[in-house]
Design a protein around this ligand. Structure first.
Ligand code: HEC
Length: 172
């Protein structure tokens, strides 16, 4: 576990350096240089790196997706709410499964076997965030999930979130 984390951190730092050396992107992509690119090892093959970075910022610094979509959000001994040094539960990162009452459970939003986050195409993902409705059953409205807030994001922000989710490890 320890060595995995080191690799992840190295990869994340390397990502930050790539970012810092690309001057055009610097102005456009919000990144906190004190925070690693992502808490998990990203698969950047075939991804747009600038979109991934923007998406990571929106997911990890703004959206708080980890709070609800990782169960539990923090590793044992790594819960900042208990005053412990933060350790995100990387092995379950955004894998869903957190219950909110008896019937609502957060979804697995990692890429499926085809690489699609939550099994959604980008258009389906954006429609879901904009409407709070899943394309397979538009009569149901997503509960708890703060889509009424996220729906106010720009298309480019939602595309960035989608690109980032494509890059995170898949949890079956
Ligand atoms: C306050 C908790 C909470 C936060 C924060 C949250 N979600 Fe959710 N999300 C949920 C819950 C709960 C569901 C399932 C809702 C339901 O089934 O009615 C869900 C469902 C989803 C779905 C639908 C997946 C599917 O296939 O049905 C997607 C996509 C999603 N969330 C993405 C995100 C992203 C991206 C973020 C961060 C930008 C995020 N969520 C933040 C609670 C949350």
């Amino acid at each position: 576990m320890k060595s995995v984390k080191k690799i992840v951190y190295f990869q994340a730092l390397a990502g930050s350096f790539i970012f810092l050396s690309s001057s055009v992107a610097l102005a456009e992509v919000p990144v906190n240089p004190n925070v690693p690119l992502a808490p998990v090892l990203l698969n950047l093959t075939g991804k747009n790196l600038n979109l991934v970075k923007r998406g990571s910022y929106l997911v990890n610094a703004v959206g708080g997706c980890n709070d609800c979509h990782t169960n539990p959000s923090y590793e044992a001994g790594g819960d900042p709410f208990k005053g412990e040094a933060e350790a995100i539960n990387v092995s379950a990162y955004l894998g869903g499964g957190r219950a909110f009452g008896p019937t609502i459970t957060s979804a697995n939003i990692t890429p499926d076997a085809a690489g699609k986050p939550a099994g959604l195409t980008r258009t389906q993902f954006i429609n879901l965030i904009r409407t709070g409705r899943h394309h397979e059953d538009p009569t149901m409205i997503l509960q708890v999930m703060p889509w009424p807030v996220y729906k106010n994001m720009t298309d480019s922000d939602l595309k960035a979130i989608y690109e980032y989710l494509r890059a995170i490890p898949s949890i079956p």
